[in-house]
Design a protein around this ligand. Structure first.
Ligand SMILES: [Zn+2]
Ligand SMILES: [Zn+2]
Length: 170
């Protein structure tokens, strides 16, 4: 797995990375903040630390570790200090959490972006857990819980159709 919250080490020890890099894009919900990055392996991880729980409002943060050298803000985010050692990009207009980085990140270090802010989050697979001291086990394997599609909710379908005239988005 990639090393969560730390420098990226995807290249082989001899410095040669034989995998093709691909370009990925993402941004906030309202579209004001956009980014793109190049990455060889579409891998993500879950950070269960309390700061990621608070910062994303989820039971964990799903994050993609990206080398800073391959990352570019197409339109700049806002930032806040989430702890004495780290800061997080977000959109002040819509509130979307966009990632994480250490304050002392060097030019060749890494930035983490939130999986859900990617345009195609399904392209990534989870490869590990970090911050497991605050991992909440009941939330980890929810595969046996009942499943409902968004459009199984008649009230939601009605609300969306009244507001937009369309069906519930995929
Ligand atoms: Zn926004
Ligand atoms: Zn965390």
């Amino acid at each position: 797995m990639s090393t969560p919250h730390s420098a990226n080490d995807r290249a082989r020890p001899d410095g040669y990375d034989c995998r093709m890099t691909q370009t990925y894009t993402g941004g906030c919900q309202c579209g004001r903040v956009r980014y793109r990055f190049a990455l060889a392996t579409p891998e993500a991880y879950l950070c269960h630390c309390r700061m990621c729980q608070r910062a994303t409002g989820g039971f964990a943060a799903a994050l993609v570790n990206v080398p800073s050298s391959g990352f570019e803000w197409l339109s700049p985010p806002d930032w806040y200090a989430s702890s004495p050692i780290a800061r997080r990009p977000f959109c002040a207009a819509c509130g979307t959490p966009l990632g994480f980085c250490y304050n002392d990140t060097e030019a060749d270090d890494a930035l983490d972006v939130t999986l859900g802010s990617l345009d195609d989050p399904a392209a990534f697979r989870p490869v590990g857990h970090f911050g497991v001291e605050s991992l909440m086990d009941p939330w980890l394997d929810t595969s046996t819980l009942p499943r409902k599609r968004s459009d199984d909710s008649a009230a939601l379908v009605t609300r969306w159709r009244t507001a937009t005239g369309r069906g519930v988005p995929e």
